[in-house]
Write a protein that binds this ligand. Structure first.
Ligand code: G6P
Length: 362
């Protein structure tokens, strides 16, 4: 489809791809749903999941960050222990493997050399591998035993957006299907909840001016920025900070809210931008405590919360989605903040310096 590889009315592919996320999620629902509106999954993949005593997710960059959330899905729903590993480290610092490991390679391109090196190694050891990728037919997809497509369409901007949310959506369905295979009863319908996420994403991408203004007031002239969150919000903070540094060159870091006092808080000065996420009811009180701590030291805090958990002072409230699925919605404001900060600073959004879309050398 030519439209997939053209910018159309957009200034940048990154903004176009951010906007495409609701459609990608709906496409995933469509492709992974059978006539009975149940999850459609190859029996061999369910079997591999159910039989694994431990899952090792291996990935790089944004895909690694999606893996951190994938671990939550698989452990929470399917009750299988999961480790998430940076591909380039795994190659020489291999963890002790369990007896029946299953490897999941997460890769937008399916060509990342660091991930491929691990795949080659674990295949030599005789372990099964599943690749989740946006490029069917890619090296990682061909060389693994199983593969699941993301259906996100070509992602052209170097900074990954729709592949990240698609990876999380597919891992959710994989986790739910494995739970079913283990006869674990779940109290929610994942396909329905993903449809709610798609609608929430649309509400968010419809508010671009708001994020443009917020980027202007919090990030356009700052030399650094911190992202804080707890639980899954922390993982989204890590991804949000990666987006910001990749394209705007602002030094940014994501931190676990409770860890601030053990070091990072020393960096907070008058006016330091802190972006905080509060989407988890059980953590709402404690993350707000961390916000008070940084505010007391002069931070300029932009708090993003979720409908139902919001307080008057919050800078932005995302629509309510299922608590497990908040990363798919809460990352959208962070993508848009990074985008507008980069544009305001005159950076080359789609082709940031020193970065490549896919890194095929180790
Ligand atoms: C490169 C890109 C990143 C990407 C990473 C992993 O470094 O610049 O955006 O997240 O590779 O790529 P993959 O295709 O394996 O997901």
């Amino acid at each position: 489809d030519a439209a997939d590889t053209e910018k159309g009315t957009y200034d940048h592919f990154m903004l176009k791809e951010t906007d495409e996320q609701p459609f990608v999620i709906r496409k995933i629902i469509q492709h992974y749903q059978d006539e009975a509106e149940q999850i459609k999954m190859e029996p061999a993949i369910r079997h591999a999941m159910v039989n694994a005593d431990r899952i090792y997710i291996v990935a790089a960059g944004t895909s690694y960050n999606a893996g951190l959330v994938g671990k939550q899905f698989i452990e929470n729903l399917a009750k299988i222990p999961v480790e998430v590993h940076i591909a380039s480290e795994f190659a020489y610092n291999m963890p002790l493997l369990s007896e029946k490991p299953l490897f999941i390679f997460l890769s937008q391109s399916g060509e990342t050399a660091d991930s491929r090196a691990v795949l080659v190694k674990i295949k030599e050891l005789g372990h099964p591998a599943l690749t989740i990728t946006n490029v069917p037919g890619s090296t990682l997809s061909r060389e693994a035993d199983f593969t699941l497509p993301l259906y996100a369409g070509p992602e052209i901007a170097v900074a990954s957006t729709k592949a990240y949310t698609a990876q999380m959506a597919v891992m959710l369905l994989l986790a739910v299907d494995a739970a079913k295979g283990k006869e674990i009863t779940l109290d929610f319908n994942p396909l329905q909840e993903l449809a709610i996420v798609a609608n929430a994403m649309e509400v968010l991408t419809d508010q671009k001016e708001t994020f443009e203004t917020l980027a202007q007031s919090y990030l356009s002239v700052s030399r650094n920025a911190f992202f804080i969150g707890r639980g899954v919000d922390y993982f989204v903070c890590v991804e949000g900070s990666l987006k910001l540094k990749e394209i705007s060159y602002i030094q940014a870091e994501g931190f676990a809210g409770g860890e601030l006092k053990h070091g990072t808080i020393a960096l907070i000065e008058e006016g330091t931008p802190v972006i905080a996420l509060a989407t988890q009811s059980s953590l709402n009180h404690s993350i707000r405590g961390n916000v008070q701590e940084v505010n007391a030291r002069g931070a300029n805090t932009l708090l993003i919360s979720m409908k139902g958990l919001e307080h008057d002072e919050d800078a932005f409230v995302i629509p309510a989605v299922h608590e497990l699925l908040t990363p798919l919605a809460s990352v959208v404001p962070l993508q848009l903040l990074a985008y507008y900060a980069a544009v305001q600073r005159g950076a080359d959004v789609d082709k940031p310096r020193n970065l490549a879309k896919s890194v095929t050398v180790e």
